[in-house]
Design a protein around this ligand. Structure first.
Ligand SMILES: NC(=O)c1ccc[n+]([C@@H]2O[C@H](COP(=O)([O-])OP(=O)(O)OC[C@H]3O[C@@H](n4cnc5c(N)ncnc54)[C@H](OP(=O)(O)O)[C@@H]3O)[C@@H](O)[C@H]2O)c1
Length: 285
């Protein structure tokens, strides 16, 4: 098959490699993309414009920042594309439903990726849902990515089950990272960092080390996590639950946005970004 990738970011390019390994042709669109994306896409077939790739592709996979997912879908929908459209972004079920309505249930397959870019065996899963989820899962016969079609259920959100699963998973994984970094910033702001570290060493073994690792791992991607947290907040609100926790997580990640693509920052740098974004702390009032 001919599969178009929008776009070859760290995750998208790794999925493209699994598609190549499975015997497919993989296309991408160079217009507007950065040097990094161009470098990652060298092994794929280049198209200058989306219109050109859309008439070539049997399927298109959208793997981009979550807050660009709907605009990306609209751009594809406005072309002559008539294959399967797979949105594999970390977006709220309601956002995924908007895209499903655009393409129709016969052409839309919902996706949710769990794990890092698929560069090794057993690390990364692409969950799929919708009428043709199993067909898209069958695209991945080789390569490192494991594609899993979720069983159809009678739930009203069945078509977007993959996005629902991703939201629940990331609500904990990234939400707890934001909480841990916020707690470190709070302790620093109140002058009790060393005391907290000492207490954690006694009663919460591993949290000090986890704070350091979390700062390093999340800082280059925090700019993108902010949009994902807002999608998770919406997901909670849609189910009548409070979205405030992940709204707060979005604020924490937004405050770290300047660390984008820099090699992992240390905990003190992250704390200073978080504290630098404060409105007016009590001490200054
Ligand atoms: N990386 C992970 O560990 C991971 C894990 C699970 C799920 N995911 C999901 O995979 C998706 C992409 O992640 P990634 O790691 O590949 O991110 P990434 O490395 O930052 O790549 C994002 C790609 O999207 C392009 N892009 C940037 N701004 C865009 C816009 N406004 N509209 C359309 N495309 C845009 C980028 O192109 P330029 O840089 O050329 O502008 C790049 O090719 C996200 O939805 C994320 O939730 C990632």
């Amino acid at each position: 098959m001919r599969i178009g990738l929008l776009h070859p970011g760290a995750m998208g390019a790794s999925i493209g490699v699994s598609l190549l390994a499975s015997g497919h042709e993989v296309g991408w669109v160079s217009e507007g993309r950065s040097h990094d994306s161009c470098n990652r896409a060298k092994q794929f077939k280049a198209f200058i414009a989306l219109d050109d790739m859309s008439v070539w592709a049997d399927g298109i996979m959208s793997i981009c920042p979550p807050d660009a997912a709907i605009a990306q879908a609209q751009a594809v929908y406005s072309t002559a594309f008539d294959g399967f459209y797979v949105d594999a972004n970390a977006i709220a079920p309601n956002s995924a439903k908007k895209i499903a309505q655009m393409f129709g249930a016969g052409a839309y397959v919902d996706g949710g990726i769990i794990g890092p870019p698929a560069l090794g065996a057993g690390t990364t899963r692409l969950y799929l849902s919708g009428q043709h989820a199993a067909r898209v899962a069958d695209w991945f016969t080789q390569g490192f990515l494991q594609a899993i079609a979720l069983p159809a259920s009678g739930h009203a959100n069945a078509i977007v089950a993959a996005s629902s699963l991703k939201m629940a998973y990331a609500a904990h994984s990234k939400g707890s990272s934001a909480l841990l970094l916020a707690v470190n910033a709070l302790a620093a702001s109140n002058g009790v960092s060393e005391a907290l570290k000492a207490e954690w060493d006694i009663s919460q073994s591993g949290l000090n080390q986890r704070s350091v690792v979390t700062a390093k791992v999340t800082s280059p991607k925090a700019w993108r996590f902010a949009g994902e947290m807002l999608e998770i907040s919406e997901t909670f609100k849609t189910q009548g639950l409070s979205g405030a926790f992940h709204q707060g997580a979005a604020d924490i990640f937004s405050s770290m946005a300047e660390l984008k693509d820099q090699p992992g920052a240390d905990l003190d740098q992250v704390i200073s970004k978080i504290l630098g974004s404060r409105d007016s702390p009590d001490s200054e009032r």
